[in-house]
Design a protein around this ligand. Sequence first.
Ligand code: HEC
Length: 132
Amino acid sequence: MKSTSSIGAVKEKNSQQGLVSLLLISLFSCFLVFFLLFKQTTKDPYIERTLNLSGSIKNGSQLFRMNCVGCHGISAQGLVGPDLNKVTEELNDKKIIVQVVKGLTPPMPSFEMDSQSMADLLSYLHSLNNEE
Ligand code: HEC
């Protein structure tokens, strides 16, 4: 009984294999697309490192006085640059880091600082928001 249907079975097996590989290929392309999309939004290692550090408000305030007060004012009240007292409400940490290190909005320069200093600066900016 088995031997009579063997040719049909082979054919069926072949088309099943074709279907399976088609499925695998489409699955693979889906993964590829997701991977590429995901990769675009994955994180900059500098930003990641900075976000994982806890900053010191004291150091941050020193850094701010050295680098930022000329444009943002001694109490971050705003001069050439905008008031930063509520900036942590308006921008998330990632955006603030990008703002400081990437130099995308002239005349504000880009600052090259290590992640710890950046984390300190972030803590300082957060502390401004807590003071009323
Ligand atoms: C040469 C002047 C200058 C210096 C120095 C400067 N900034 Fe700025 N900053 C600006 C200007 C101008 C803007 C507005 C840019 C824009 O929105 O296009 C700005 C925008 C910002 C913003 C975004 C504010 C918002 O509401 O979008 C942040 C955060 C910021 N600065 C932080 C800093 C920090 C922290 C430092 C010091 C490390 C610094 N800036 C030093 C001029 C300066």
